[in-house]
Structures are given as structure tokens and as C-alpha cells.
Design a protein around this ligand. Structure first.
Ligand code: PA5
Length: 447
């Protein structure tokens, strides 16, 4: 089970303070389970993993096997909730230099992510690396109309067609989208692309355990059954509402108490580069769920020890509106020991024969103590290892905490109305039909 340790937060809040949240948490969870909350159409994530395991993942595994068989590279096209979870899990489960490994060691296609920005240079660089390779595309968009993935798909589909001709290119396109509607759905139907459904009742940021994440992950050789099993286990373990027995709900309670005490910025801290995109997934989950109605904790992240040499100063001595949540991986499977080498005269001989993972963990402990002493409460979330199962548990741990925490905050945790504002402006500036008035007003403002 995932553990939550409050040792380095204890001087900032008493147990009593978060225990006082018990009735509010009990009520929030009861309302979630009765679907009596704002955004109640989007509660499919609650039993998603167990239901998916029951229904089976054979069709996903079949498509993944075909991609693994006939592709040197797969490009996963999507943004936001249709991107971050898959990438987070891919990086968590696979080696850092996966794409650079020889095919025999990698055991599957190279994996690239596209459609998560609008950079021309990024497309150019991607096309360069894809040259001469047998490529498949997995385009993921629930709405089917999001600009960034639609632009990337348009470019990559054209590139693939130029390489192979339309008929062969069409055999290499896999679509993940809404069951009934959207431009992508219509195209997939017309072309006969294999299509995977994003359930109506699962919002983007909760969708990693739908085909959104499962297909690209299976194509990359991630054990999706283990991933789902971990989440299904968490579904069961985190059913209890008593805060002492449920670390996910305790986390929701504690972060809300800290918020009310002026700690409005939560920094997710990792000590493994493989968790970098996991932190991005976490930021979207909490940022989009809670940041509305002029409320919410601002979710930030640092990747240590790298960022101790850039952000460490601020966290130690800057504005005191921060707290940190460290995600700690308890057991590293990397058996790297520091060698003895007296010739170096670097003062590190006392570390000879010590495991590097132990050194990293001492850095983590030292930092947590220093930051707590400097006025930054530190929570520690511990996962046993970097297995698929542990990651599945962790996804669910944070999803439940986020949904509950949003109730405590009094916001709709399942919508994202603020995301539309930039899109309207962008469409107006790009000259999209139907946006003529806004376009004129904006051009006047700009001139
Ligand atoms: O959480 C969300 O709803 C967003 O981040 C969406 O996932 C993102 O905008 C992508 O949307 P779509 O899947 O419709 O392309």
C-alpha cells in the first residue's frame, strides 16, 4: 500500500487539525460514491480499473501486438489528459534511454510523443528521427477537435502517406476517441482505422487507464494488466473513509488544512528522473480540478537533486507560502555502487561501496529536514518500487485525493471552463471562420 508520512509536517499542523476534517471527508466521499457532486457525469474513474479488468483488454493487446510486430516507431499524438498519463507511465516503467537502446534490448518500437505543442521545430526534429523507419500513429483526442493534436495528425498523416501511399499509410493509423461523435470518429469510421473508445464518464485528466494510456503503453511493452491491477487494488484498499486508515484521504485532508494556513503552493518533489512526467500528470490533475472560482492550491514540481541547484534557494528561504509533497520510490532496482578510487582526491572515498540509491535517499532526507526547518512543511508519499502495479496504485491514490480535495475546496473537480479562453483568442487570431468579430476586436487591441 502507498504510505503517507507526516513526520516533516508535524511542526506545522497537529494531528487534531487534520482529524477535524474527518466528517467533511466522510461526507465528500459519500457524495462521490452517490454521484451527488458537481461534475457527477465524470465519475467513471472510480471503478475504471476493476471494470476494465473484468471486460478484458484483449483488443488493446491485439492492436499493440500488431504495432510491436510491424513498427520500428510509434508516434503517440495527444495533449493534456490525452497525453500526460501515457507519457508519465511510459517513463516510469521504461528505461530513461529506451529509444536509444538496440531493438533487441528494447523489445518494442521506439516511442515518440507529438501534438502536445505547436512547435514547428519539434515536428521537423521528429520527422528527421522517423526517416527510414516503419512508423505507426496513435492519435488520441476525446473531442477530436483539439488544435495541437489535430495539427500534428494532419502533418504526420501526410508524411506517412508520402512515404507509403494512402492504402499502406491507412493500415498504420490507430484512433482513440469518443464512441459516437467528433471529426476523428467520423474519419476513423470512413477510413476503417482501428478505433478505441474513451468512455463518456471519464474526463481527460482521469483517463490514463482507458485506451488513452493503455494502447500506447501496451505498444511500448508496458504490462497494462499489472497497471490496472495496481489501480484495482487501490480501489479496494482506499474504500475505507477513516483518515487513519486511508492515506489518500489523509493527504487530501492535510493539504486542505495547510492551504487554509496560507500554504497556497504545493510542490511535488521527485528524486528519480523517471518521475518527471508523472509530476506533470499530477500538476494537470490538481491544477485543472481545483484552480477555479479564484481558489485552489497552485501545483508546482521540482526534480531533485537537479533542482536543488536552481530552486533550492527559493524553497529554503523564499516566500513562505509553500509546502512540498515528496514522492519517494522505496526500492530502486538499479544496483549501482560507488567504487573506491583514492586517486581522485575528491573527498568521496568515505562513500566507497555505498549504493547510489542510498546516497540519493540521504539527500532526500537531508533536504526534507532542511526545508521543514526553513518553514516548508514536507509530506512524504512512499511507493514500494517502479513497477506497473505500484504506479497503478499511485494513479488511483492521487485521483481519489484530488476528487475529495476538490469537494473540500467547494469547486467542481471535473470541469475545466478556464481552458477555453485562450482557445477563443487563438482561433480569432488564426482567422477561424465564425470568429470574425473577436478577430477584429483583437487586431484593434494589438495595433
Ligand atoms: O483534461 C482535459 O479535459 C484536457 O486536458 C483534455 O484532455 C485536453 O485538452 C485534450 O482534449 P481532447 O482529448 O479532446 O483532445
Amino acid at each position: 500500500m502507498i504510505k503517507l508520512d507526516l513526520q516533516f509536517a508535524s511542526s506545522f499542523l497537529t494531528d487534531r487539525e487534520w482529524e477535524y476534517q474527518q466528517p467533511f471527508i466522510t461526507d465528500a466521499v459519500a457524495r462521490l460514491r452517490k454521484a451527488d457532486v458537481p461534475g457527477s457525469d465524470f465519475l467513471g474513474w472510480i471503478h475504471l480499473a476493476s471494470e476494465t479488468l473484468k471486460q478484458g483488454v484483449e483488443s488493446i493487446e491485439r492492436a499493440a501486438a500488431r504495432i510491436r510486430e510491424d513498427s520500428d516507431a510509434v508516434v503517440v499524438i495527444g495533449i493534456g489528459g490525452s497525453y500526460l498519463g501515457a507519457r508519465a507511465a511510459f517513463e516510469w516503467c521504461k528505461p530513461e534511454y529506451y529509444n536509444q537502446l538496440p531493438p533487441t534490448k528494447r523489445g518494442g518500437p521506439e516511442v515518440y510523443f507529438a501534438g502536445n505543442q505547436l512547435s514547428a521545430a519539434a515536428v521537423q526534429d521528429l520527422l528527421q528521427v522517423l526517416e527510414g523507419k516503419r512508423v505507426s500513429l496513435n492519435v488520441i483526442s476525446k473531442s477530436g477537435t483539439t488544435t495541437e493534436p489535430a495539427v500534428a495528425f494532419r502533418l504526420l498523416r501526410q508524411w506517412l502517406t508520402e512515404q507509403l501511399g494512402e492504402t499502406e499509410a491507412d493500415k498504420r493509423i490507430y484512433v482513440t476517441t469518443d464512441q459516437h461523435k467528433g471529426a476523428l470518429k467520423h474519419l476513423a469510421d470512413a477510413k476503417g482505422y482501428p478505433t478505441f473508445v474513451i468512455p463518456d464518464d471519464v474526463g481527460g485528466r482521469y483517463s490514463v487507464l482507458t485506451p488513452v494510456g493503455l494502447l500506447p503503453l501496451a505498444a511500448a511493452g508496458v504490462d497494462i494488466r499489472q497497471l490496472l491491477s495496481g489501480a484495482a487494488l487501490a480501489e479496494e484498499e482506499l474504500t475505507v473513509t477513516h483518515l487513519q486508515d486511508n492515506p489518500s484521504l489523509r493527504y487530501a485532508a492535510v493539504r486542505n488544512v495547510l492551504y487554509r494556513k496560507g500554504k497556497a503552493v504545493e510542490i511535488l518533489v521527485t528524486y528519480e528522473p523517471a518521475l518527471r512526467t508523472f509530476a506533470e500528470w499530477w500538476k494537470q490533475l490538481f491544477g485543472e480540478s481545483e484552480g477555479k472560482d479564484q481558489k485552489g492550491l497552485y501545483p508546482a514540481s521540482v526534480a531533485n537533486t537537479t533542482d536543488l541547484h536552481s530552486m533550492g534557494q527559493f524553497i529554503q528561504e523564499g516566500s513562505r507560502n509553500l509546502f512540498e509533497t515528496v514522492v519517494r520510490v522505496e526500492n530502486s532496482d538499479a544496483a549501482i555502487y560507488l567504487p573506491s578510487d583514492p586517486q581522485l582526491e575528491d573527498g568521496l572515498e568515505y562513500l566507497a561501496q555505498k549504493p547510489l540509491a542510498w546516497v540519493n535517499d540521504q539527500a532526500r532526507l537531508a533536504t526534507q529536514m532542511a526545508h521543514a526547518d526553513g518553514g516548508v512543511p514536507n509530506l512524504t508519499v512512499t511507493v514500494p518500487d517502479r513497477s506497473e502495479k505500484s504506479l497503478g496504485e499511485l494513479f488511483y491514490f492521487f485521483e481519489l485525493a484530488c476528487a475529495t480535495s476538490s469537494q473540500l475546496l467547494g469547486v467542481n473537480g471535473f470541469d475545466q471552463p478556464g481552458v477555453e479562453a485562450y482557445k477563443t483568442n487563438m482561433f480569432a487570431l488564426l482567422g477561424k471562420p465564425g470568429y470574425e468579430q473577436q478577430s477584429k476586436a483583437m487586431q484593434e487591441r494589438l495595433s
